[in-house]
Structures are given as C-alpha cells and as structure tokens.
Ligand binder design. Sequence first.
Ligand code: ZN
Ligand code: ZN
Length: 102
Amino acid sequence: MRERWYCPDCGKENNSVVVRTYYTTDRGKETLVMCPWCGGDSMRKMVECPSCHEWMEPDDRLCRKCREHVEKSVKKFLRQFNEAELEYVDYLLDGVSVRDLL
Ligand SMILES: [Zn+2]
Ligand SMILES: [Zn+2]
C-alpha cells in the first residue's frame, strides 16, 4: 500500500522524512521522525484510500469522502422500504438492524 507522511506543524505532505537515530542513557536507541521542511517531529503517516486514492489516516477503512458517499447512498437506498419491509431486511441480515444506519 502506498503511504506518505503528513506534517501537522507546517501542513505539508512529504514522500520522505528525516529519520534521526540517537542513544539515550535511560531508554537506549530512540528514533525521531522529522519533517524535512520545518523539522517538526509530530509527523503522521497517511495511506491511500483503496476506493478513490486520496490520502487518509492509516486506521480508516475508507477516506472521509468515500465513507460519507457510502453512508448517504445506503440511507437513500434504505428509505425506499417501509417499516414492514425494513423488518424483513433485518431478518435477512440475521438480526442486525439496518435501521441503526438511518
Ligand atoms: Zn513540517
Ligand atoms: Zn476515498
């Protein structure tokens, strides 16, 4: 998976970072990941959204734009059913209520 770094300090995205390795007396070897632009050390790793190839946080399954798109489409899709039909959909989903999504 493609990944890149984002610096919240200067707002720049980087393909590469400056990695400094140093030794401390109490904790031994430490690695510091730094921004090549401003030297900030709060770099965050970003990965590619598997759907639209935008950059997103590594913990997200889809980027915010794609998540909103899916949620909106699912809601629109579910609104075409009436209460009784939604109950049947829940039955098909083995007890998982789609109405939690509405
Ligand atoms: Zn920076
Ligand atoms: Zn996306």
